[in-house]
Design a protein around this ligand. Structure first.
Ligand code: CMC
Length: 431
């Protein structure tokens, strides 16, 4: 637990109380209001948690002003350049980079859990073919608790770890199956001779009647996309996973809750919405029209892939993603991609516009990811499932950290009630 390093004085009416201050290893100090209600009979009010730390965590740190993202202390750009997704998974889950033997063992364990229970195939077949793959994923991941009974006991650390490995291993399989089902193609079983990213591409794009060779360049780009999405501290879906888990719900149910939350267009759904927006803009001459709409208070339209609750300078994931977009399109021989042209010009114009400057709105991770995924051959409906399978390690690491914390208790926010005060029931004939 972070040390108490001082006190903050809160004065209200004729009362005054001292609240303990706590210092993190990085980031602003925190006023600990845990005993505020018991001591002073008042609550704090912070819709959207803009000023509230809901937990202690040692996994990920974001400095929004500097545009810095650290996993267990390591900067994301170093990880993106030098590491790979499964190593980042190990780092997030266990706290340290693995040595060679630990990495091999971890890879082996993940690889041996890639298949899903055969009975789950029937479960997929219950969905309509035109279901959004995220809808299918919410259902199927939740249903994992019906298939893997031997990793449901959250009080057993071994079962918690098995559940974590199962989810890291099976989410790509489930996402690929959701995709195959939506396009009416047969499911492709995982191929354990392939690395994690290649295996996912193979399950998405191979068909039984033809040989499919995974392009190593695309596999590397896929791996990088996975790394850039792996964790992002207490965002909406991660907080959802923690809140669901705080009641003692099983890990599969918690991750299904996280997937449901991620789907929204303000969160992970922004990658699909962003590419659709770039396509709708179509040509650079239409950009001013969309910029004007984004600035219009009476128009609900927002520039998708722009803005972030925490980053107020730049999103370091977007910087790496933009480089990747250039590389992937170049390597695939796609020149003058109109969507990329619109994206770059939109970014340039928005970053010079007083509205976006004053509100500190910058491109986020979702701004360029769709362009890469589109070039790889994924339909827009698969963008958010790919975010979900990549974020699963972050969710499960945060869940594991929470369950292992002896001070953990059920999450139960309070409210500022604005409804009717007490009134007596009136029988229907007297209303
Ligand atoms: N386009 C136009 N105006 C915007 C945008 C945008 N994309 N984002 C924020 N604003 C304005 C907003 O209207 C508000 O203006 P005012 O103060 O005059 O009312 C101000 O900026 C602050 O916005 P907010 O909604 O209070 O900020 P927030 O921290 O609650 O929201 C956000 C953050 C990411 C939800 C928001 O920026 C947004 O909706 N962006 C578009 C969706 C998007 O790209 N989401 C992906 C986020 S990164 C990946 C992830 O988390 O999954």
């Amino acid at each position: 637990m972070a040390d108490t390093t001082g006190t903050a004085k809160l004065t209200f009416g004729d009362k005054s109380i001292d609240l303990p201050m706590r210092s993190p290893t990085l980031g602003p100090d925190v006023v600990d209001i845990g005993k505020l209600y018991a001591q002073a009979d008042i609550f704090t009010y912070d819709p959207g948690f803009t000023s509230t730390a809901a937990c202690e965590s040692a996994i990920t740190f974001i400095d929004g002003d500097k545009g810095e993202l650290l996993h267990r202390g390591y900067p994301i750009d170093q990880l993106a350049q030098q590491s790979h997704f499964l190593e980042v998974c190990y780092l997030l889950l266990f706290g340290e980079l693995p040595n060679k033997a630990e990495m091999l063992d971890f890879e082996h364990r993940v690889t041996n859990h890639t298949m899903v229970h055969e009975q789950m195939h029937n479960f997929f077949r219950g969905f309509r073919r035109d279901s959004h793959p995220m809808a299918t994923m919410v259902g199927v991941v939740g249903a994992m608790s019906a298939f893997y009974h031997d990793s449901l006991d959250i009080n057993d650390p071994w079962q918690r770890e098995v559940a974590a490995i199962r989810m890291i291993a099976k989410l790509p399989t489930i996402a690929a199956m959701a995709y195959k089902y939506s396009v009416g193609q047969p499911f492709v079983y995982p191929k354990n001779s392939l690395n994690y990213a290649s295996n996912f591409l193979h399950m998405c794009f191979a068909v039984p009647c033809e040989e499919y060779k995974v392009d190593p360049i695309l596999a590397k780009a896929m791996d990088r996309i996975m790394m850039l999405h792996a964790d992002h501290e207490q965002n909406a879906s991660t907080s959802t996973v923690r809140l669901a888990g705080s009641s003692g719900a099983n890990p599969f149910a918690c991750i299904a809750a996280g997937i449901a939350c991620l789907w929204g267009p303000a969160h992970g759904g922004a990658n699909q919405a962003c590419l659709e927006m770039l396509r709708e803009i179509g040509t650079v001459d239409r950009i001013p029209e969309f910029i004007a709409r984004a600035k219009d208070k009476d128009d609900p339209f927002r520039l998708m892939g722009f803005g972030h609750r925490v980053y107020k300078n730049f999103d370091p994931r977007a910087t790496v993603m933009k480089e990747s977009a250039d590389e992937v399109l170049e390597l695939m021989g796609i020149h003058n991609n109109p969507t990329l042209q619109v994206a770059k010009e939109l970014e340039r114009i928005a970053l010079e516009d007083e509205y976006f400057i004053s509100k500190k709105l910058y491109p986020n991770v979702d701004f360029y990811s769709g362009i890469i995924l589109d070039a790889m051959g994924f339909p827009t409906s698969m963008f958010t499932p790919i975010f979900a399978l990549s974020r699963t390690v972050g969710w499960i690491s945060q869940w594991k950290e929470m369950i292992g914390d002896p001070t953990q208790k059920i999450g139960r926010p309070r409210q500022l009630y604005i409804g009717e005060p007490y009134r007596d029931y009136v029988p229907v004939d007297k209303r």
